[in-house]
Design a protein around this ligand. Structure first.
Ligand code: GLU
Length: 484
């Protein structure tokens, strides 16, 4: 017998979901009624299409065998390949990767990256594991994914996430290549690779730089800044960042360097630092590399409990670490005017409601941290086309621009200064292309969310982002005549 939404009767009791997955589902459910889509179609979009859970043996440095748990969730196959990061974390669980894979689906839609969403997790502590153990684990995990068809350039393409980076992506590519030597597009099986292994310039800073572009675009909207009592633009804004990993560092660094924002506080696992006059982000990073901690940075005061830093007065708070950092417990004490979600899921649904009632604007993760997958898309394109973007254009542009300079010199009778000539005639590099396309993608993504928010008169930008994304995914099914 079918229920009103054509739901199949439940054969086994519902598994208890973790708060993070519940929170992502609640966001979805809040947006769903505004889409006007049928309940059955909404359920198809909401739930995860497939999850692979595996346990495999890895030898540790003492020669003992450890059994390692791994997951890969492919949330939506409405587009293929599926795409999303791989995290190493002792806390990772099945619901977490499902929640993160769902966010990936919507993220890809918002920046027009033609992928379904996915996410992987391996249950090891990246800070306590040796390089050798991490390499053996990464390679074995890749082989396990391949055995079950959960990896491949047209199937599912991992990328860096919490606890992983270029090196791990290189190991994945190398393992895939060893096991599939006849594959035409081997290196497109994973993105975020080192440059020597067919990575792309600009991927490393992509997520953080995208966060900056997103904040910048939002702060150009006079209605938003006025309601928050701010002036337009990033310049002079006081910013507190949680997490000085890849995303947090590049977000803070870009805000400071390109936007003239002032980074007043940085929170990390070992504690926080605060300086109302601003912290030099790069110098803090060097200090941490040298001493192993951000604490005792010259000119800054230490904040022993770094969670307390999230509650300090500032214009923009950027959680760039892990999920569930702002909950119903601390949301009432947040003093920031705006929260820019650089991490995935840092604000849970209960906190989001409190922040909304308190007039604090949230720039949601599914839009704001989409810069990483945007540049992953460019890397994947480069890998399947086997040519860099600049190769076909730069030489031509350089020659065309030289002809313009020569014509100018003839017209004016004056030689153009050599430095100026070089600036005009040098064609764009791969990084120039990537940064320009990333910026355009983040701008377009913002305006998709902003327009939806206004047109549908929605309570917040997150609901708007979900609405836009759900509607776009639904079209694939509707155009196929499924779910009329
Ligand atoms: N881990 C990143 C994210 O959460 C990157 C995903 C990708 O590049 O595929 O968006």
């Amino acid at each position: 017998m079918s229920t009103p939404g054509n739901e199949e009767p439940r054969l086994s009791p519902r598994r208890k979901r973790t708060p993070f997955l519940k929170s992502v589902h609640r966001y979805f459910d809040e947006a769903a009624p505004h889409t006007g889509l049928a309940p059955g179609l909404l359920r198809q979009i909401k739930h995860c299409n497939s999850v692979y859970r595996v346990r495999f043996p890895v030898e540790d440095d003492e020669g003992n065998i450890r059994v390692v748990r791994g997951y890969r969730a492919e949330h939506s196959h409405h587009r293929l390949p599926t795409k999303g990061g791989l995290r190493f974390s002792p806390e990772v669980n099945q619901d977490e990767v499902i929640a993160l894979a769902s966010l990936m689906t919507y993220k890809c839609v918002l920046v027009s990256a033609p992928f379904g969403g996915a996410k992987g997790g391996v249950c090891i502590d990246p800070h306590q594991s040796s390089d050798g153990f991490k390499e053996r684990t990464t390679r074995r995990y890749t082989a396990e994914l391949l055995k079950k068809n959960f990896i491949g350039p047209s199937i599912d393409v991992p990328a860096p996430d919490y606890g992983t980076g270029e090196r791990e992506m290189g190991w994945i590519a190398d393992t895939f290549k060893a096991l599939k030597p006849d594959h035409m597009h081997t290196y497109a099986c994973v993105t975020g690779k080192p440059l020597a292994l067919h990575g792309i310039e600009g991927r490393r800073e992509a997520t953080g730089l995208g966060v900056y572009y997103g904040i910048k675009e939002c702060l150009e909207c006079t209605d938003i800044v006025k309601a928050l009592g701010l002036t337009p633009g990033v310049a002079g804004k006081r910013v507190i960042v949680q997490g000085l990993g890849n995303v947090g560092f590049h977000a803070a660094d870009s805000i400071q360097r390109h936007g003239d924002g002032i980074i007043t506080g940085i929170a990390e696992r070992e504690g926080g630092i605060f300086n109302p006059d601003g912290l030099d982000v790069d110098a803090v990073f060097q200090h941490r590399t040298g001493t192993g901690s951000i604490l005792d940075f010259p000119g800054a005061t230490n904040v022993v409990n770094s969670a307390e830093l999230l509650e300090r007065e500032c214009d923009i708070l950027i959680p760039a670490a892990l999920e569930e950092q702002i909950t119903a417990e601390n949301a009432p004490r947040i003093q920031a005017k705006m929260i820019a979600e650089a991490a995935n899921g840092p604000v849970d649904a209960a906190a989001a409601q409190i922040l909304r009632e308190r007039g604090i604007r949230v720039l949601p993760d599914l839009y704001l941290n989409a810069g990483g997958v945007t540049v992953s898309y460019f890397e994947w394109l480069k890998n399947i086309s086997h040519v860099g973007f600049e190769r076909m254009v730069t030489g031509y542009e350089s020659q065309a621009n030289s002809r313009i300079v020569e014509a100018l010199e003839q017209l004016t009778g004056k030689p153009v200064d050599p430095a100026q000539r070089k600036a005009i005639t040098d064609g764009p590099s791969e990084r120039d292309f990537v940064h320009a396309a990333l910026r355009a993608s983040m701008q377009e993504g913002f305006h998709r969310v902003y327009r939806t928010w206004h047109e549908k008169k929605l309570p917040d930008l997150r609901t708007a982002a979900f609405c836009y994304a759900i509607d776009r995914v639904s079209r694939t099914y509707l155009d196929l005549g499924i779910f009329p």
